[in-house]
Design a binder for this molecule. Structure first.
Ligand SMILES: NC(=O)c1ccc[n+]([C@@H]2O[C@H](COP(=O)([O-])OP(=O)(O)OC[C@H]3O[C@@H](n4cnc5c(N)ncnc54)[C@H](O)[C@@H]3O)[C@@H](O)[C@H]2O)c1
Length: 330
């Protein structure tokens, strides 16, 4: 029987970011040859892992075309993009520029250079306000922010390209809320600006943020604050690694949720963070932000079935690892 082609070289597009840097370190650890393509080169990642990097911007076609031509990766992992959902409704053109123009450039350049496999970071934001939870992949796709729309557009582009080329294959992973930090304590979440709940809760406890703003306590949830499904970043990267194995074995053109099936309200996260750290959050409740659904909780049955994945780490482990990372930051 013919042996399946090995996947060794991976172009990690957006590999300097939060999830991409964790992925790059895991790929190295597993014996792969990751090359990071990003418009920013992360000094932290360089310190943790001596990985090859290419500085480039997806919005410039020649940057990504040149990188693909040079590296000839077996698979592209596509993490890059703008990610702040409420901001995307205020600055839609920026999101179209990075997440759509950049995405089209990536697909065209893959076509031109003969690169046929891609794993894409999609999001629960494609579902908008889901009619029921846990959310399965068949739920209606009705994003309520431009960010979610841009991600859905790319899923649709992938579908079109795959229809035209039987050799092309993709896995789009719809993450719920990525959280937590690397077990080494050397990598973690650092967005600029930081809009995610857990890092901001921990910064308030640490004193580097004056107060934590919770947007809305009048949602139809048990305590009025939004409910989200927090999945540890290392569980996410393990799912990507399984997706590479699955692509190699012939899985193709799948869209898969990655979450834990458990939802926690913003108030529950604050209580848990106070328990883990022994600190106190200075909380301010403000009005709702447009573009925030009340409840997002995943069904991860498809990930379990197709990838053999299930989340391993608890909310306590998420907060403990994020706290270890946060304490080390200046
Ligand atoms: N963090 C989450 O909770 C979450 C949830 C769902 C989906 N996602 C998706 O996962 C992916 C990674 O998220 P993250 O939290 O690591 O984000 P991040 O902001 O930490 O990383 C994104 C990286 O992309 C790079 N980038 C952005 N625009 C670029 C461009 N035009 N050209 C080259 N590089 C560019 C940035 O420099 C950055 O290093 C994103 O696509 C996001 O939509 C994240």
């Amino acid at each position: 029987m013919a042996s399946r082609p090995k996947i060794k070289r991976v172009l990690v597009v957006g590999g300097s970011g939060y999830i991409g840097s964790h992925m790059t370190v895991l790929l190295k650890h597993k014996g792969y040859e990751p090359v990071v393509f990003d418009r920013v080169i992360s000094k932290t990642l360089q310190k943790v892992s001596n990985v090859s990097t290419i500085k480039g911007d997806l919005r410039r076609y020649q940057d990504i075309q040149g990188a693909l031509q040079k590296i000839q990766p077996d698979v592209v992992m596509y993490f890059a993009g703008l990610i702040v959902a409420p901001e995307s409704n205020i600055k839609p053109h920026d999101y179209l520029d990075h997440n759509v123009l950049g995405a089209v450039n990536l697909l065209k350049a893959m076509h031109e250079t003969g690169v046929k496999k891609i794993i894409f970071s999609s999001t629960a934001a494609v579902y908008g306000n889901p009619p029921k939870v846990p959310i399965t992949e068949e739920a209606p796709l009705k994003p309520i922010n431009t960010y979610g729309h841009t991600k859905l557009m790319f899923e649709q582009m992938l579908e079109r390209v795959a229809l035209s080329d039987p050799e092309f294959s993709y896995v789009a992973l719809r993450y719920f809320n990525a959280a937590g930090a690397h077990h080494s304590g050397l990598l973690g979440e650092r967005h600029n600006p930081e809009t995610h709940l857990i890092p901001n809760v921990l910064r308030t406890i640490k004193g580097s943020l004056k107060e934590l703003i919770v947007y809305g306590d009048d949602y139809p949830t048990k305590d009025g604050t939004c409910i989200r499904d927090y999945v540890h970043v290392e569980d996410l990267t393990e799912a990507h690694w399984l997706a590479i194995q699955a692509l190699r074995k012939g899985l193709s053109n799948q869209i898969i949720n990655l979450g834990t099936g458990k939802g926690y309200s913003a108030r529950e996260i604050i209580t848990m963070a106070e328990k883990v750290t022994g600190g106190k959050v200075n909380l301010k409740v403000s009005s709702r932000r447009p573009g925030d659904p009340a409840v997002l909780v995943a069904s991860y049955k498809k990930a379990q079935k197709l990838l053999g994945w299930q989340p391993q780490r608890s909310l306590t482990q998420i907060i403990e690892s994020a706290w270890a990372w946060e304490k080390g930051l200046s």
